[in-house]
Design a protein around this ligand. Structure first.
Ligand code: IPE
Ligand code: IPE
Ligand code: MG
Length: 268
């Protein structure tokens, strides 16, 4: 059996969702497949193949850690700029991975969901995404969101277009447009904001991934190429997230809390 098709150890346990310090929603930019393969004298496509086991192992790790939503960037609206051969490979491979892994994901209690635009996306890929969604619709251990033909600006433009349409039809008052109005018209409006973005391969940019949802996310750029990622590295990265202090625009008065602590110590 080819290495990339190998069985992945199922989640060893199921982490508790909502435990303090635990991100509810992790977004992954799975980057570095091409470079990883080229460094080994292999064609870029072999890097994508090697990413399959990395992905399954990472999903298992997310379940173990009690992550409830995992969004992964599989194909961006900008990735059409790649060579026809690579685009064809990525389309075909997304389809194959979905078909090959959906029963396993279903056994793990994973709900597969698609986020992205349909124009241009291969209809056979949409068909597999829909089939996986249908099969796993009732699962509630982890929402695994596959962003395929996804672009953040496209998503916001689509939401703006929906708002304009509804306003013209008189179903929405333009004076009452708020952040919520827009948030409700995103591709998956029920999914909470991203807490942590992890990008592999050392690049430090967002590349049009979830700009609205990740507005207040913690960002982690790790040097590991995607094919070498998995549950152990995810655990390491979740630990780093645990050490972050999130403020959401608020203020933490370190001085005041020091004084309080000092005062308490004096009084005690
Ligand atoms: C990420 O790896 C996978 C996709 C974008 C589909 P890349 O293919 O971008 O690999 P690098 O960044 O060129 O090494
Ligand atoms: C982002 O990676 C898209 C995916 C991982 C699917 P890219 O490799 O396409 O991003 P850039 O071009 O380096 O910004
Ligand atoms: Mg890349």
């Amino acid at each position: 059996m080819d290495e990339h098709r190998r069985e992945v150890e199922p989640p060893r346990c199921r982490g508790q969702v909502g435990v303090e310090g635990n991100p509810l929603h992790v977004a992954l930019i799975m980057d570095g497949n091409g470079r990883w393969a080229n460094e080994r004298g292999l064609p870029r496509t072999e890097g994508h193949r090697a990413g399959e086991v990395a992905l399954m192992d990472t999903i298992a790790g997310a379940i173990e850690a009690g992550v409830r939503y995992l969004s992964v960037y599989a194909f961006s609206t900008e990735n059409w700029r790649r060579s026809p051969t690579e685009v064809r490979f990525l389309m075909g491979y997304s389809k194959d991975v979905l078909r090959r892994r959906r029963d396993e994901l279903n056994r793990w209690g994973v709900r597969v969901r698609w986020s992205g635009r349909s124009p241009r996306l291969w209809s056979s890929v949409i068909k597999e995404l829909r089939a996986a969604e249908e099969l796993t619709a009732d699962n509630d251990v982890l929402d695994f969101i596959m962003c395929v033909n996804y672009g953040g600006r496209a998503e916001l433009a689509d939401a703006a277009a929906a708002i304009a349409r509804e306003a013209r039809q008189g179903r929405l008052d333009p004076a009452k447009v708020t952040e919520k109005t827009l948030a409700r018209r995103l591709y998956l409006p029920d999914v909470p904001d991203v807490d942590l973005v992890i990008r592999t391969s050392g690049e430090q940019r967002m590349s049009n991934f979830l700009p609205w949802q990740a507005a207040y996310a913690e960002l982690l750029f790790v040097s590991d190429p995607w094919p070498t990622y998995g549950r152990d590295k995810l655990r390491r990265d979740l630990e780093a997230f645990g050490g972050r202090q999130r403020r959401f625009g608020g203020a933490v008065d370190a001085l005041a809390s020091c004084e309080t602590a000092a005062g308490a110590a004096r009084e005690g």
